[in-house]
Design a protein around this ligand. Structure first.
Ligand code: KG4
Ligand code: ZN
Length: 356
């Protein structure tokens, strides 16, 4: 029996069984992360090895350095995830790995690592969409959450409003036409002289500032529920340069607070418009992705949901940014749909959540 056939049989035996353990690996960007997840919802271990120190010097992720660092860390991180879960590889039912989107070299190190492990152990393998992983982080924090729900996915590369119609089924309702929200935060942070990654640092700095100090333009988009952050970003850069050219000291906290308010107000405004215009108040609303760790976004989403009578779900802060646990959760639901990867699994750097 070849690998694919054996893996299909093993996966079929798992249907209807409880205690299904998935070992998941995430290497799409600058975190080498591995986790052991039970039944798609319970975290047995979640190990995140961040490469931030390696990239900070360059002000952003250097793809070649990321790939090399993933290669060096993969085995160690996987071993640690097994150890912390108190489990041996033999007790793992299924392997999972992020197949895209992300940096091609970074993705390939993870994909090859897990393909090797799958072939050697004969265990079924699931290839996971990273964005679906972010959405699934909510399943780990909220055992009661089930589709359908509306989800705002905001990360370094994506800003999407999607309806999660069922496990693994999505309807794209809005998206950014230029920069992603996280990207905008990172660029604004750089102008303020904050080190990479800027999003979390702007968030901290903004807590001490006045969000009304500076007025920034409201983004305009053709699509009613689409986003655009590049105009906001340019206006912010011009504002900062103007202050510098006048030789005045930068009111960094006020600037950070004003920028954060403008981005978050826009994120929440479009979600609100969609919920109200489409009458989606009965559907839960969830946040996902690195930017969903933002305090202002969490507060503003909370206020909107209170006002509209919508149930709000957010991942715990440590599950908002890249991690292996979310990949393990997403993999479980793909496994239940019988979606397995073969040994020809490849990295897909431009993989989308929904084809459009
Ligand atoms: O989801 P993620 O970890 O990786 C991608 O899939 O892109 O998101 C990383 C992005 C970065 O742009 C980072 O600056 C941003 O999320 N981010 C934040 C916060 N924490 C992370 N942005 C604003 N406020 C935060 N607290
Ligand atoms: Zn991510």
């Amino acid at each position: 029996m070849n690998y694919e056939e054996a893996s299909r049989r093993k996966a079929a035996e798992l249907k209807g069984r409880t205690g299904v353990r998935i070992l998941a690996l995430e290497t799409s960007c600058d975190e080498t992360a591995a986790a052991v997840i039970e039944d798609g919802r319970k975290i047995l271990s979640n190990v995140v090895f961040s490469q931030i120190d390696l990239h900070e010097l360059y002000g952003g992720v250097v793809p070649e350095i990321a790939s090399r660092a993933h290669m060096e860390a993969c085995d160690r991180v996987v071993d640690q995830a097994l150890r912390e879960a108190g489990t041996a590889l033999a007790e793992i039912d299924v392997l999972a790995v992020t197949r895209g989107p992300g940096l091609v070299g970074a993705l390939l190190t993870g994909v090859n690592c897990m393909k090797g492990l799958a072939f050697a152990s004969g265990k079924p393998l699931v290839g996971v969409n990273h964005i679906e992983g972010h959405v699934s982080a909510n399943f780990l924090t909220h055992p009661e959450l089930e589709p359908p729900f509306l989800c705002l996915v905001v990360s370094g590369g994506h800003s999407h409003l999607v309806e999660v119609s069922d496990y693994g089924e999505y309807r794209l309702l809005g998206q950014t036409v230029d920069d992603a929200a996280g990207e905008a935060f990172d660029k604004a942070a750089r102008v303020l002289g904050l080190p990479y990654p800027g999003g979390p640092r702007i968030d901290v700095l903004a807590e001490a500032g006045n969000p009304e100090a500076f007025q920034l333009p409201k983004p305009k988009t053709e699509g009613r529920y689409d986003y655009s952050f590049s105009g906001l970003k340019t206006a912010f850069i011009n504002l900062v340069h103007g202050i510098e050219q006048r030789g005045e000291p930068l009111p960094r906290a006020d600037l950070a607070a004003s920028f954060r308010r403008a981005v978050c107000a826009e994120l929440v405004a479009k979600a609100r418009l969609l919920i109200e215009e489409r009458g989606m108040q009965g559907m839960p609303f969830a946040l996902a992705g690195g930017v969903s760790a933002n305090r202002e976004l969490r507060r503003m989403a909370g206020a909107m949901c209170d006002e509209l009578g919508v149930r709000l779900f957010m991942p715990e802060i440590h599950l908002c940014t890249d991690n292996g646990a979310m990949i393990g959760s997403a993999a479980y639901y793909r496994l239940m749909r019988g979606e397995l990867a073969g040994l020809d699994l490849n990295a897909e750097p431009a993989l989308r959540l929904v084809a459009n």
